[in-house]
Design a binder for this molecule. Structure first.
Ligand code: NAD
Length: 260
């Protein structure tokens, strides 16, 4: 379905971004990976996922807190594959502390990586999408783009912000073939959440499994983690012709978290 298209997925060396990159590669899209840590493993996973469909895979190590790096990554993506047709703004970090104790440097980093980077990638990707009259921008927000939780001020502020950016991007391009939508996951068991599970287990002196049940029980009525593969399939739907008129939504996959 996406053969001949190019998808840039930020923060795709791990977790949700990797799941989305694999799902888009399975549909034939060429993929530009981005993120820190091991690159060879994720690259091999995405290549394997897209092999039957002939997807190619490239990588750029831009730090999403740096505008100059992002500009370089966008130029690199265009040079590799012509242009970015599908932009998935996914890179994100978390820090848990009450407002009066929140390290200022962590606040700045979360706003830069979880919110401002999506402004930069979007402003740089849109001209080529507008020239082609086709594009998909998918912002990985969070259920925390819809509701708050204590101890997560920067994260909740950034995620509410990216839901707002999603609506404006959708509206500014509403009469074109470019759509912009947000995905709002509840708990997904990735390294970002495993850190919170570990902290809870240490704080309460309980096992990892008990800490996971506690985390789910506090927020998620389904008592199930959403998976990166499920989120990948939602991204594929947003890229499909059936989603041509889905514009500016914030779609939660949260086991009922925000329905309460
Ligand atoms: P993760 O830690 O598994 O992956 C984060 C990715 O972002 C990694 O590839 C990492 O290298 C990359 N990254 C971090 N800082 C970066 C930077 N400065 N520049 C470039 N890349 C950077 O986390 P995840 O859980 O897969 O989270 C992905 C997105 O999903 C985030 O935006 C997160 O807020 C969101 N989200 C996660 C959950 C969850 O439960 N895990 C729930 C809702 C939303």
């Amino acid at each position: 379905m996406l053969k001949g298209k190019t998808a840039l997925v930020t923060g795709s060396t791990s977790g949700i971004g990797l799941g989305i990159a694999k799902a888009l590669a399975r549909q034939g899209a060429n993929i530009v990976l981005n993120g820190f840590g091991d690159v060879d493993g994720p690259r091999a996973e995405v290549l394997a996922a897209g092999q039957a469909a002939g997807a190619q895979v490239a990588y750029h190590g831009a730090d999403m807190s740096r505008a100059a790096d992002i500009e370089d990554m966008m130029k690199y993506s265009a040079a590799q594959f012509g242009r970015v047709d599908i932009l998935v703004n996914n890179a994100g970090i978390q820090h848990v502390a009450s407002i009066q104790d929140f390290p200022v440097e962590r606040w700045d980093a979360i706003i830069a990586i979880n919110l401002t980077s999506a402004f930069h990638t979007s402003r740089l990707a849109l001209p080529a999408m507008q020239a082609a009259n086709w594009g998909r921008i998918i912002n990985v927000a969070s259920v925390h783009g819809l509701v708050g939780s204590a101890q997560k001020s920067a994260y909740v502020a950034a995620k509410h912000g990216i839901v707002g950016l999603t609506k404006v991007t959708a509206l500014e391009n509403a009469a074109s073939g470019i759509t912009c939508n947000a995905i709002c996951p509840g708990w997904v068991l990735t390294p970002l959440v495993q850190k919170q599970v570990d902290a809870k287990a240490a704080e309460r002196g309980i096992s990892n499994e008990e800490a996971k049940r506690l985390l789910l029980g506090e927020k998620e009525p389904s008592m199930q983690f959403t998976t990166p593969d499920e989120l990948g399939e939602l991204a594929v739907f947003f890229c499909s012709p059936a989603a041509n008129n889905v514009r500016g939504v914030a779609w939660n996959m949260d086991g009922g978290w925000a329905a309460q």
